[in-house]
Write a protein that binds this ligand. Structure first.
Ligand code: ZN
Length: 212
């Protein structure tokens, strides 16, 4: 099964992806990680990435696709993969379709984890983290022993980015970026919307449900 996950920042997409790796026994394929690995290994492809990245240029899609071609042929990815951070544009989605179809594969499912903006704001503006141990609390859903103190006695702080304004901006950017892709996959009939409000286990179960 070849799978793509979408979800606004803070909706738990990364966590769900990791769980699906275990459940489906397919790897998560991240372009960022793969590019770093190729560069570190000093491969031919890695050197080409270096050329672009050292000049601050975007790596062309054709090179990224070559990376996918190699990765998807690996033993652990023969039965499918979860794509992480790719595609970001409709052109990339079309190219990925082409690549998969060469191998007799296709994007089988696009899971869209949906969380409304007001819920996202509610989650994030009440988040507090401990300056000493790093533990994260939510003033309503996972309350600390007191408003400003952790169990360890450390001071609780609100991260600078955890404001309504920042959440709104990121959410809008996500919708803008994702809408054309969802449209593209909707036409292919593979989009499965999942309610992203609930516990991690509940959301995992919903995803399993829509994947069948
Ligand atoms: Zn603490």
């Amino acid at each position: 099964m070849d799978l793509i996950l979408f979800g606004p920042p803070g909706a738990g997409k990364g966590t769900q992806a990791k769980r699906l790796v275990d459940i489906l026994q397919i790897p998560q394929i991240s372009t960022g990680d793969m590019m770093r690995a190729e560069r570190a290994a000093g491969s031919e492809l890695g050197k080409q990435f270096d050329d672009y990245m050292s000049k601050g240029l975007l790596v062309p899609d054709s090179l990224v696709l070559e990376l996918f071609r190699q990765r998807l042929a690996a033993e652990d990815a023969k039965n499918g993969a979860i794509f992480d951070g790719y595609p970001r544009t409709v052109a990339q989605a079309e190219a990925l379709d082409g690549l998969l179809s060469e191998a007799g594969r296709q994007v089988d499912s696009v899971v869209s984890i949906e969380v409304q903006l007001d819920e996202m704001i509610e989650r994030i503006i009440h988040r507090r983290s401990c300056q000493s141990c790093g533990q994260i609390f939510h003033l309503r859903y996972n309350p600390p022993p007191s408003q400003d103190r952790c169990e360890c006695g450390g001071q609780l702080v609100q991260r600078k980015d955890d404001t309504e304004e920042v959440v709104r901006k990121r959410y809008d950017e996500y919708l803008e970026k994702t809408a054309p892709l969802l449209d593209f996959y909707q036409k292919a009939g593979v989009v499965k919307a999942v309610d992203g409000v609930g516990s991690l286990d509940e959301i995992t179960e919903r995803i399993r449900g829509v994947l069948g």
